[in-house]
Design a protein around this ligand. Sequence first.
Ligand code: ADP
Ligand code: MG
Length: 606
Amino acid sequence: MSDIIRLLPDHVANQIAAGEVVQRPSSVVKELLENAIDAGAKHISLIIKDSGKTLIQVIDNGKGMSMTDARMAFERHATSKITNANDLFNLHTKGFRGEALASVAAIAHVSLKTKREEDDLGTILEIEGSKVTNQEPVVTPVGTMLSVRNLFYNVPARRKFLKSDNVELRNITDEFHRVAMAHPQVGLRFTSNDTELFNLPSSNSRQRIVNIMGAKTNEKLVPVEEETELVTISGFIGKPEFARKTKGLQYFFVNDRFIKHNYLHHAVVSAFEGLLKDKNNPTYFLFLEVPKDSVDINIHPTKTEVKFDDEHSLYAIVRASVKHALGQFSIDAIDFEKEPQYEVPYEYSKKNTSLPKIEVDPDFNPFSNGTVSKKQTPSFSKPAPQAWESLYTGLDETSQLLDETEETLMAPSMFEEESISRNIFQLQRKFIISTLKSGMLVIHQNRAHERVLYEQLLKHITVQRGTSQQLLFPLRLNLPVDEVAILTQLQEQLEQTGFIFKTLENNLVEIDGLPIQLKEKDVPVVLEAVIRDSELDLPKESFSQSDRLAATMARGMSIKSGESMSQEAMENLVDELFACKESELTANGKKVFVNITGESLNLKFN
Ligand code: ADP
Ligand code: MG
């Protein structure tokens, strides 16, 4: 049998190796920005088209390259940054593998223009799929301009794996943010499809964070400072109320390099213990300076994971310094843990739970023939709804009550035969109870409202524009530029629901009108939910964009558990719910109500 092992042709080997470094447009952005930083640039421009799929261009005013170096830069393992393995433990640069440019050149059309201070002329170099197609002298300013066009043009499988433009843009923005935060002294600009998303002047760390995240961030930052032998920590944590459900604003930098570190993340989270509402994530921007030889950044090709010598001590120091910072600003745990509307109202919590009064007439004789006077009848005085509520204040979860009861999901047809009587009351500020001839209906107020709003909003988005309530004064919100850009993309649909936008540019959102069902105070929450949701990469088929927008807005706008509702509001909601096309489930498939039949109650008393 003949031998079977062959060497792969260079271009195949290059493409495979490239896959390690370049998974998506944002990987290219990261490598190019880091090269510019390593070259000592004071200003860097990032320009992309179609989320980097068509063009990624980075222009810096760094030290540039000689003609020979320009050529060498694209060879695999060609680097000016280390000369031997020991240098790995004394890195002063972001790059060191000498792989990035070679990888990018293997899978894209690349053009490089570069010039050093000391040279009269610069160099232009063009490469396609690792082959140099042109190299000549050129007039160009000091620094380097690298353009990457048609990424993955020769690796269709990879191109196919790219996510939607929104998601890839988000990834690129994330990389841009990381580099920008790690190097506040470097001026940075970011332009996407001819729109300038960021223009960040050279500044200090705090200003940089605020310039990226929006002016409102400033008041939410609490500084963290700690100096020990092992590590110097600086940066900021977000006040607990700045925490949000979605992950995201969590940044660790080690020696100016963005890293991910689950263990240290845990240290921060545990320092916030008790200060955050359920499942909210703390915000932090923490910069750790450690001795260069106490950290190994060599364990992962994309270099966001690192290994420290003494992780346990580091954990303790990070945790303590965050706690210290939180304490210094005397943020009282109790203030943030409780949300007033979820609390048992004061008068209820102090009240002894009292049972409904039973009046017993000791003289009552059921066998006597005499007319039974009303007074003699054993009667249960009917408790007012509020008294009923107080009965349950000791009960943690109403589900306890429901779990013991047979639940049957009511078929909508049941309503054709029996109407809901107007005997409606609220239980635990979470459920609406309504009696039926056949038993009772327990309606989840939040989900019911969500269902109603979802159907209304979907109709407005797709068929008939919703009514707007004009605001007396325009509502102004400062959001990061990329988030405003997302709203711009959704502007038409949002306006269909009733929003009237006066301004949607840079980091300013001005709103003149709101959907009639939306309360002004809920606007930031609803828009934030819409933005977060658009960044999730859900399969397109599962839900149309209109569907998603309606569902997300409905969730944000709906009456929450814990809110008390007037009799009239409850009646309207129940009517609207059963006028819906689908009343049983929310847009996300959650049960809206249960029907407890008289029969199942009878069984309980057996
Ligand atoms: P690494 O950054 O790991 O050294 P790269 O493939 O990213 O590897 O770059 C190869 C070399 O090209 C670098 O070591 C550097 O000398 C040079 N280089 C790359 N980008 C620039 C730039 N923007 N300005 C100056 N030199 C650069
Ligand atoms: Mg590099």
